[in-house]
Design a protein around this ligand. Structure first.
Ligand code: SAH
Ligand code: SF4
Ligand code: F3S
Length: 459
């Protein structure tokens, strides 16, 4: 067994927690390790290297890491008893926030590497093979990171592409400015090169990622108009790449939603009509305490402006209930805002006190049962809106990008422009293509439909 594996090279198991940025980073880590002979393992048991790519956003997310490390400890010692070796690395936002604590608490962890330093994994692995001292790498070296990453390989017709990292907004509940560092934008040329490489490998849809993706700014490439570009100009530029049929971006911040981006949403047909624009709360008092830098009315006006530019746009958001000082009346403000906007989808959370953030030490923390009750009420409303939105698609025809085989024989699963999963009976040969589908049913989490035959009216 060991012999055969040695012949086949080593294996790495990567478990990813948290946001899409972590999904992207995990993919890039796998890409860095491939030239060193590491193939991807499906389970940790047998892997030579296990990487936990962690999330620090809420207490629950961070706790998961320590329980997973407990399980890995057993596997590591069993493997050692059998004469093998398993290296364990903790990457991501918990690594950044609690690095020294991890090395102290979990002696079996070989490496701790922050989200802006994982390009150094190969040298850290070499160090780990030589000695067993603590390895802690948590510098903020974003530019160096992107320069050092391996060539990108695609996996399927859709891909994430990080264009911006970090956050300067300092919402008082949030750890991201501390775990990911200051806002940094990648240059146009590097982004275009990565998008082209993906398109050449069959990628049809790219999702541009950033903690505040619409804070992306860069000098215009030579020969192009304008001195400084924002996300709107970048999207229009990427839309010119042959093969790229769809462009999405996430996550946007209301304060960075400029006119150039709104105009691009209205005019660039490759930009998908879906916008994730978190607002968090509907009470101005709470928005101020959260340091969001805008009011509820400002957000509502902005959505009106965006809908005027792109009438079919689907809006998605994030919400926090039970931020310190939130009264029932404040919470009613959140419900009222949700009623006013009408969301196609949304994520909602109970406020979680994060060490080191201003919110954690604010007076008037809200009791857990209160948070539970507010979350349940908010989710009932958001869920009803999502169902309505899905049901409104019935009878219509949507272009669907087929991404993967479905659970049933002869079925494919794709995505609508509004990011809904769509189940369709279609041949495997259609994977990676976009075709019109007449929607005839909805399930709680997806749409179902039939391919529109050529010549049939797509009305
Ligand atoms: N950069 C993005 C999202 C960052 S985190 C933005 O600014 O919108 C994703 C979501 O997690 C946030 O939008 C927020 O709703 C939620 N979140 C962040 N910190 C939280 C905390 N301490 N407790 C509960 N939810 C939190
Ligand atoms: Fe966190 Fe606010 Fe920055 Fe989003 S904008 S990452 S919620 S601090
Ligand atoms: Fe979590 Fe870090 Fe993303 S804290 S949400 S993994 S930026």
């Amino acid at each position: 067994m060991t012999e055969t594996r040695r012949k086949q090279g080593k294996s790495v198991f990567i478990r990813t927690y948290g946001c899409q940025m972590n999904v992207y980073d995990s993919e890039r880590m796998a890409g860095l390790l491939k030239p060193l002979g590491y193939g991807l393992a499906d389970a940790p048991d047998d892997a030579d290297l296990v990487i936990l790519n962690t999330c620090h956003i809420r207490e629950k997310a961070a706790e998961k890491v320590y329980s997973e490390l407990g399980r890995l400890k057993k596997m590591k010692s069993e493997k050692a008893r059998a004469g093998g070796d398993m290296k364990i690395a903790v990457a991501g936002c918990v690594a950044q926030a609690e690095g020294p604590e991890i090395t102290a608490r979990a002696r079996h962890v070989d490496m701790v590497v922050g989200p802006q330093a994982y390009h150094r994994l190969p040298e850290l692995l070499a160090r780990a093979a030589r000695d067993d001292g603590d390895i802690l790498e948590t510098d903020f070296a974003v530019d160096e990171k992107f320069d050092r990453l391996a060539k990108r390989s695609a996996d399927g017709p859709t891909a994430f592409l990080t264009i911006q990292e970090g956050c300067d907004k300092f919402c008082t509940f949030c750890v991201v400015p501390y775990t990911r560092g200051a806002e940094v934008s990648r240059g146009v040329d590097a982004i275009v090169a990565e998008a082209r490489a993906l398109a050449a490998q069959g990628v049809r849809e790219i999702t541009l990622l950033g903690q505040n993706v619409n804070a992306w700014r860069s000098a215009a490439p030579s020969g192009e108009s304008g001195a400084r570009w924002g996300l709107g100009e970048l999207c229009r530029h990427l839309a010119k790449i042959d093969g790229i049929e769809r462009i999405r971006f996430t996550t946007s911040h209301p304060r960075d939603m400029d006119d150039g981006l709104i105009a691009a949403l209205g005019e660039e047909t490759k930009l998908m009509p879906y916008l994730h624009l978190p607002v968090q709360a509907g009470s101005d008092k709470i928005l101020k305490a959260m340091n969001r830098g805008h009011t509820a009315a400002h957000y509502i006006r902005q959505i009106e402006q965006i809908r005027a530019a792109r009438p079919d746009i689907a809006i998605s958001g994030d919400f926090i209930v039970g931020f310190p000082g939130e009264t029932n009346e404040d919470f009613e403000g959140t419900l009222a805002l949700v009623e006013e906007i009408g969301y196609a989808s949304a994520y909602s959370f109970k406020y979680s006190r994060r060490p080191g953030t201003p919110g954690a030490v604010m007076p008037k923390q809200v009791a857990e049962p209160e948070k539970d009750e507010r979350l349940a009420r908010l989710q009932t409303l958001l869920e009803a809106q999502r169902r309505d939105f899905n049901q409104r698609q019935i009878g219509g025809v949507l272009p669907v990008l087929f991404e993967k085989p479905g659970r049933h024989e002869g079925q494919l699963i794709g995505r609508s422009p509004y990011l809904q999963s769509v189940h369709v009976t279609a041949p495997q040969s259609m994977l990676g293509s976009i075709a019109p589908v007449r929607i005839d049913d909805t399930t709680p989490n997806a749409l179902a439909g039939v391919l529109v035959k050529q010549g049939e009216a797509a009305a």
